[in-house]
Design a protein around this ligand. Structure first.
Ligand code: NAD
Length: 258
């Protein structure tokens, strides 16, 4: 078991990448605190894990609210016998987030609040708990869009993910000698509810698939497996990275023809 004896908190654990990460972390022996603002989905994931013989609790919190994420960390630490892994994964991708000219100010604020401030708050409240447990691993969810530009812009989302990269590097450096590693995970497009609506339009789907050397989206499980590596002691010398799991997108100039 790759996470035996460890306690992990996963935000956005009720769906997509977060849900598969909770399942995988629990299957590898972790006590998992499934955190989501959607209480029903967090409970369903925790129940499924327990029914399969794993250990998990559901914690309801909106990551953009400091008091809620502080309480979530407190519960995770108390019930998990400490805290060793934090996956700041919760994020949003609203339809109204587009070009800098078209994106309404309140939509920009909402995305930054959840995708960037939510990661900051997750780190702010989890770091003291990780230190009390003797160190651990922070995984902050970014995206490939943090390192390459797109003509189909989503300006707030891209800005939020770029901020996650910079913040993660700083945390990685500051806490390295205290036993905390911090890494940013950068998936390519993943087949989850977050993207499904956008990609329901065949033209939008094709426009994106053409840039992926592998010619397909990632599954949420493929991204969860990368998170598991970063969470586990197997990645003990991996710190401060921009961990690309993008099927080769950011290495591509011309992609293969079908
Ligand atoms: P998803 O929509 O399936 O899951 C996101 C989860 O986060 C949901 O359960 C939702 O309830 C929760 N959430 C949203 N706002 C929250 C808040 N304020 N507080 C607590 N929970 C909240 O999406 P996903 O594709 O699994 O995305 C997970 C993360 O991966 C996001 O940060 C996203 O930006 C990132 N990501 C996704 C893709 C992709 O193509 N799907 C690519 C790169 C990065």
């Amino acid at each position: 078991m790759r996470l035996a004896g460890l306690s992990a908190l996963v935000t956005g654990g009720g769906s997509g990448i977060g849900r598969d990460s909770c399942r995988l972390f629990a299957a590898e022996g972790a006590f998992v605190s499934v955190c989501d603002r959607d209480a029903a989905s967090a409970e369903a994931v925790a129940e499924e894990i327990c029914a399969a013989g794993g250990r998990a609790i559901a914690v309801t919190a909106d990551v953009s609210r400091g008091a809620e994420i502080a309480a979530a960390v407190e519960r995770a630490e108390a019930e998990g016998g400490g805290l060793h892994v934090v996956f700041n994964n919760a994020g949003v991708f609203p339809d109204a987030d587009g070009s800098p000219v078209d994106t309404p100010e309140d939509v920009f604020d909402q995305v930054i609040d959840i995708n960037l401030k939510g990661v900051f708050l997750g780190c702010k409240y989890a770091i003291p708990a990780l230190l009390r447990s003797g160190g651990g691993s922070i995984i902050n969810m970014a995206s490939f869009v943090a390192v390459v530009g797109a003509a189909t812009s989503q300006i707030a989302y891209t800005a939020s993910k770029g901020g996650v990269l910079a913040m993660t590097r700083e945390i990685a450096v500051e806490y390295a000698r205290q036993g905390i590693r911090a890494n940013a995970l950068c998936p390519g497009p993943v087949d989850t509810p977050l993207l499904r609506e956008l990609l329901a339009d065949p033209k939008a789907r094709e426009r994106r698939l053409v840039h992926i050397p592998m010619g397909r989206l990632a599954t949420s499980e493929e991204i969860a497996r990368a998170a598991l590596f970063l969470a586990s002691p197997e990645s003990s010398y991996v710190n401060g990275t921009t961990f690309m799991v993008d099927g080769g997108i950011t290495s591509a100039y011309v992609t293969p023809e079908d």
